[in-house]
Design a protein around this ligand. Structure first.
Ligand code: F6P
Length: 362
């Protein structure tokens, strides 16, 4: 193995720079490799100045930094790229140009750090002969094949701190505070932060809720002497028989943007006579320095990705299982998206604590 490349794609997540640093250091120190960084996801392969050499100096000091020194793109799918031709906007497949660029760089491996969408593209490129290794990233924690993605712990920590802060103001004003959290179609951030931050109600996409059940919990708390409540809502949560709430519809390039369910829950609670406010935590969950756990996991993932490349384990993804970093086939990891296990101990624990999921159990 002489030359490898690394890229970051999709939404950013705390720990991306820690992976890049580990890839560069391991490749240089252990394998005496040349490393190239690809700017702005797959786009960098086909845009001028998109391929940059990465040496030890390039990654100095980046371990605690949020974002990614390489930039990222969540519209950079080479199989469906938006271009302007003859003044007309159109979607074209530029994957052959990307593959040609990869081959002309004589790369022995391409390490792709991304979530579901970016890793799916990696898998397609692998099927066309590109030697890829995936690294699972996302605050949503929704990638299969691994117990956890890096970035999740930081998002969860920020969300928990937000709940702690809302707790004191909720109590002071006797209000119902609703916190809308990210996670797309997976409820991990709301569930874990909700338990860690002492939420009274947690609404997640995996459990459609009933407004009446949410209200019942708020009322029950008042009856028991707590005239305030905390509600953690996943952006992808939806009422039973209803639909998710979107801020922006999707198109051929962008997935639809979720958002707004927190406002609807707060308005309903307010309409029932309980003063309520909503906070949408948004991209604060993704920005800034990674937690120690995410730095630790991201570093292990980066080093393991280089070892997997050296061993020729292409078409695989590094993953955490039983506290060990291993590799799993990308196809296997992507086969089923990870969702909250409704029979798992986390849900059971929360129910045992009296937390309502807005369903009939509550
Ligand atoms: O996948 C990560 C994530 O932050 C989701 O939780 C959220 O729905 C989405 O990305 C937001 O995307 P964007 O950065 O395009 O607003």
């Amino acid at each position: 193995m002489k030359r490898i490349a690394v890229l970051t794609g999709g939404g950013d997540a705390p720990g991306l720079n820690a992976v890049i640093r580990a890839v560069v250091k391991t490749a240089i120190n252990e394998y005496h490799c040349e490393v190239f960084g690809i700017r702005d996801g797959y786009d960098g392969f086909i845009t001028p100045g998109g391929v940059v050499p990465l040496d030890l100096a390039a990654v100095r000091g980046i371990l605690p930094r949020g974002g990614t020194i390489l930039g990222t793109a969540n519209r950079g799918n080479p199989f469906a790229r938006k271009v302007i031709r003859d003044g007309q906007e159109m979607i074209v497949d530029v994957s052959n140009d990307v593959i040609a660029a990869i081959f002309s760089l004589h790369l022995d491996a391409v390490i792709v750090i991304g979530g579901d969408g970016t890793l799916r593209i990696a898998q397609e490129l692998y099927q066309k002969g590109v030697p890829v290794i995936g690294v699972p990233k996302t605050i949503d924690n929704d990638v299969g094949g691994t117990e956890v993605t890096f970035g999740f712990d930081t998002a969860l920590t920020i969300a928990t701190e937000a709940l702690d802060r809302l707790h004191t103001t909720a109590e002071a004003h006797h209000r119902v505070m609703v916190l809308e959290l990210m996670g797309r179609d997976a409820g991990f951030i709301a569930l874990h932060a909700g338990v860690a931050g002492g939420a009274d109600v947690i609404l997640i996409p995996e459990i459609p809720f009933r407004y009446e059940a949410v209200l019942r919990k708020v009322r029950q708390r008042v009856e028991r002497g707590s005239n305030f409540s905390l509600i953690a809502v996943s952006e992808g949560a939806k009422p039973l028989g209803g639909t998710q709430v979107f801020r922006q519809p999707g198109d051929a390039i962008y997935v639809p943007r979720l958002g707004g369910i927190g406002q609807q829950v707060a308005e309903y609670i307010q309409s029932q006579g309980f003063e309520s406010r909503v906070t949408v935590l948004g991209h604060i969950q993704r920005g800034g320095t990674p937690t120690a756990f995410d730095r630790w996991l991201a570093t292990r993932y980066g080093a393991a990705a280089v070892r997997a490349a050296a061993a020729g384990e292409f078409g695989s993804m590094v993953a955490l299982q039983n506290a060990q970093v291993i590799t799993v086939p990308l196809a296997e990891a992507l086969a089923v998206p990870k969702r909250v296990d409704l029979q798992g101990d986390a849900i059971r624990t929360a129910r045992g604590l009296g937390i309502s999921f807005g369903d009939d159990w509550s």
